[in-house]
Design a protein around this ligand. Sequence first.
Ligand SMILES: Nc1ncnc2c1ncn2[C@@H]1O[C@H](COP(=O)(O)OP(=O)(O)O)[C@@H](O)[C@H]1O
Ligand SMILES: [Mg+2]
Length: 282
Amino acid sequence: MTRDFIAATDRPLLEAAGLADFDALWQRELAAVERPNTGRGGGWSSVCRLDLPGQEYFLKRQSNHLTRSFAHPFGEPTFAREFRNIRRYAERQVPALCAAFFGMRKVANERRAILLTRALSGWRDLAGWLADWPQYPPETRAQLLDACGLLARRLHAARLTHCCFYPHHIFVRAEEDGFATCLIDLEKSRSLHLRRERIRDLEQFLRYAPQLSEAEINRFFARYLNAPTNAPEIDRWRQWLAKRQQKKGVPPRTPSFVDVGHQDGDDQHQYPGQIEPEQKNG
Ligand SMILES: Nc1ncnc2c1ncn2[C@@H]1O[C@H](COP(=O)(O)OP(=O)(O)O)[C@@H](O)[C@H]1O
Ligand SMILES: [Mg+2]
């Protein structure tokens, strides 16, 4: 058993609530915020909200929800990877959520894991902003796009790819002179090596932002590339992105596309009219 991680700042509060240990967190009855994920070898993974006096948390619990890798050929709980990524993002100064508790247990044939993170209270995910997009003044929209373009730039400059860079994983908060951003759901994130990995993140972002005008997309790219909005590079990046969409059968941008159910999980999407099976790492 690896030692549990408990953040020093959260320990007193968790202890006061009798929740500073794995079993207490595992047993705490709470309503799930969304339907639990199932499917990985009979395992499951759930997300609940935990409200303690003065601090809200998200409690993620999973059983036999494993991911295999070269280093872990028999699999490890996906939260182990997410927790490592939370630390990596902090080290590389890419804004992301904070862990309060992480632990793993083996119970008979079951592998359990818990990841408790501090809730981003007072923040709102970009999907929420996009849902009301037309009601914001152009200046606010430009600031939001600047913040997201800069976030993508910082992420990739830190040699990281998020792999689920969807608007609902990007949290945003108004500041005095613009917006701060913060990433969540780092489970699939890994080291960045190739340009196509950058394109994948950007494509995921734009796929679920059909509200953006052409000029707004250019603005996002300008910030990402740290270039003027009329820079020829932007066209080049947009062409690469279009090529990826074509290869993956993503239909041209239409507002109705936002209604197609999205799920996490590395682009395992079925698009309307998609015929070819997905090719990995296109
Ligand atoms: N620390 C957090 N602060 C705010 N919202 C969160 C936090 N953690 C999770 N959530 C909310 O719960 C949802 C599910 O969490 P996520 O980490 O994406 O789990 P999953 O891996 O099951 O997709 C997120 O889309 C977000 O709305
Ligand atoms: Mg998610």
